[in-house]
Design a protein around this ligand. Structure first.
Ligand SMILES: Cc1cc2nc3c(=O)[nH]c(=O)nc-3n(C[C@H](O)[C@H](O)[C@H](O)COP(=O)(O)OP(=O)(O)OC[C@H]3O[C@@H](n4cnc5c(N)ncnc54)[C@H](O)[C@@H]3O)c2cc1C
Length: 371
C-alpha cells in the first residue's frame, strides 16, 4: 500500500511529489503522457513562487527563463496602454519546466509511471483503490487529484462543473518574433484575448483563449485567426512577421472557470483540479504550485507522529484552499468580462492608461504575496 498516489504530473502533481517524497513518504505519481511534452499555457509565471521554488531547490535557473517586468494591453481596435508589473514574473516553456520538475521529483525519490492514465478511483474501508489501464489496481492511504482542468475522472466523480459545456478554446504557438524580452502583452480580439511573452532560447509563447462558436463558424483555426484575431492590428502584424516553431498549434477545448470543490470523495484536489483562474491573470501556474505547497505541508503533518486524522486533514485543506484562492478566482472570472469585446476592451485600456491604481488593485486581488 502506497502512502500517496498522485494522479497527474503537471506543476501541482510534481511539486506535491517532490515535497512528499523528500519528507520520506512513499509516493507514486501517475501521468498519462511522456515527458517532455507541450501543453496549452501562456508560460508566464508570477514571481510570487520564486522564494518557495528556491527553498525546495526547484527554481529552473539552468533553463535560463526570461524576466518579465512590464505589461501591455491592446483593445480590439489596436489602442494600447502599458504599465510596469509590481511583482513581475518569468517565462519558461512547460515542455522544459515540467521535464525539469519530473527529473527533480525522481531525484527526490518519487516513483513515477508515465503513459499511465488513471481509469477510476474508489474509496472504501479507509483506503483508495486506483484502477490503471489493463485493470491493474494500486492501493493507497491518500490520493491527490492533480489531473488538470478536466478529465474523465470528473465524470466518474459526478462533479457539477462537468455537466456544463464551456464556450472557450485555448491555442498555443512558439514563435521567433521581434518583440521586447521583458514585456507580457495581452491583445484583445472579438471573443477572446491573446498573450505574448518570451520563454527560454529566444522563443516567444503566443497563446490565446478564443471561442468555440467562432471556430465552428469559420471552420478551421487558420481561418478563424485570419478573420477574427487579425482584426487587432498587433496580432495581424505578429502572425505575418513571425517564424512559427511548432509543427502545429497545441489546442484544447472545454476550459471551465466554474467553481469546484478542493476535496471530493476524500480525494485531495490540487492545482486546476481544485479550480482554474482565468488565464488573463497569468497566475494559474503560481496557484497550482501554491496549492501543492499548502497540501503537501498538511499531508506531512498528517503523517507525523502527532498528526491529525483524515477528517481534520480534509477540513483544514478545504479551508486553507478557500481562504487563499476563492476570492482570486472570483475576481479573475469577473475581470475576464472586460476582455474579448470591442467596447469593454477599450475600457480596459483606459483603465491601464488613466486609472492605474484601479488596474493595480485588480492585479493585486488576482495574485498572492510571494510565499
Ligand atoms: C489558454 C491558457 C493560457 C494560460 N496561461 C497561463 C499563464 O501564462 N500563466 C499561468 O500562470 N497560468 C496560465 N494558465 C493556467 C495554467 O496552465 C494552469 O493553471 C496550470 O497548468 C495548472 O497546472 P496543474 O498541474 O494543475 O495541471 P496541468 O498542468 O494541466 O497537469 C495535469 C496533468 O494531469 C495529467 N492527467 C490528466 N488526466 C490524467 C489521468 N486520468 N491519469 C493520469 N494523468 C492524467 C495530464 O496529462 C497533465 O500532465 C493558462 C491556461 C490556459 C487554458
Amino acid at each position: 500500500m502506497k502512502d500517496i498516489i498522485i494522479i497527474g504530473g503537471g506543476l501541482a502533481g510534481l511539486i506535491n511529489a517532490i515535497r512528499l517524497a523528500e519528507a520520506g513518504l512513499n509516493v507514486l505519481l501517475l501521468e498519462k503522457k511522456t515527458y517532455p511534452f507541450h501543453r496549452v499555457c501562456g508560460e508566464y509565471i508570477s514571481n510570487e513562487v520564486v522564494p518557495f521554488l528556491e527553498s525546495i531547490n526547484a527554481f529552473p535557473y539552468e533553463l535560463e527563463p526570461s524576466s518579465i517586468r512590464e505589461f501591455t494591453l491592446t483593445a480590439c481596435s489596436g489602442a494600447s496602454a502599458s504599465m510596469p508589473l509590481d511583482l513581475g514574473g518569468f517565462g519558461v516553456s512547460r515542455h522544459a519546466l515540467d521535464h525539469f520538475l519530473y527529473q527533480r521529483a525522481q531525484q527526490a525519490g518519487a516513483e513515477i509511471c508515465q503513459q499511465t492514465a488513471v481509469q477510476s478511483v474508489d474509496f472504501s474501508e479507509g483506503h483508495f483503490r486506483v484502477t490503471l489501464p489493463q485493470n491493474e489496481v494500486v492501493e493507497a492511504r491518500l490520493v491527490i487529484g492533480a489531473y488538470g482542468k478536466r478529465a474523465r475522472l470528473d465524470k466518474q466523480l459526478d462533479r457539477p462543473f462537468i455537466q456544463q459545456r464551456s464556450p472557450y478554446i485555448g491555442v498555443k504557438y512558439h514563435m521567433r518574433v521581434d518583440f521586447p524580452d521583458d514585456i507580457i502583452a495581452l491583445h484583445n480580439f472579438p471573443g477572446g484575448y491573446c498573450g505574448i511573452s518570451r520563454v527560454e532560447d529566444g522563443r516567444y509563447n503566443v497563446c490565446y483563449l478564443g471561442s468555440r462558436a467562432q471556430l465552428r463558424k469559420h471552420g478551421s483555426i487558420e481561418a478563424m485567426e485570419a478573420k477574427v484575431l487579425h482584426q487587432n492590428p498587433y496580432l495581424k502584424n505578429l502572425w505575418h512577421s513571425a517564424e512559427f516553431l511548432l509543427d502545429q498549434p497545441e489546442v484544447i477545448n472545454e476550459i471551465s472557470f466554474a467553481p469546484k470543490q478542493p476535496v471530493v470523495n476524500h480525494i485531495l484536489m490540487s492545482g486546476d483540479t481544485a479550480g482554474l483562474i482565468t488565464p488573463l491573470c497569468g497566475n494559474g501556474m503560481a496557484m497550482a504550485i501554491h496549492s501543492a505547497k499548502i497540501l503537501s505541508d498538511l499531508i506531512i503533518q498528517h503523517y507525523s507522529p502527532v498528526g491529525f486524522d483524515r477528517t481534520a486533514l480534509e477540513t483544514q485543506y478545504a479551508d486553507a484552499w478557500k481562504r487563499q484562492f476563492a476570492a482570486r478566482l472570483w475576481v479573475g472570472r469577473n475581470t475576464q468580462r472586460l476582455f474579448g469585446a470591442k467596447i469593454s476592451s477599450e475600457i480596459g485600456v483606459q483603465l491601464v492608461k488613466r486609472w492605474r491604481s484601479a488596474a493595480r488593485s485588480i492585479m493585486r486581488y488576482t495574485h498572492g504575496e510571494p510565499f
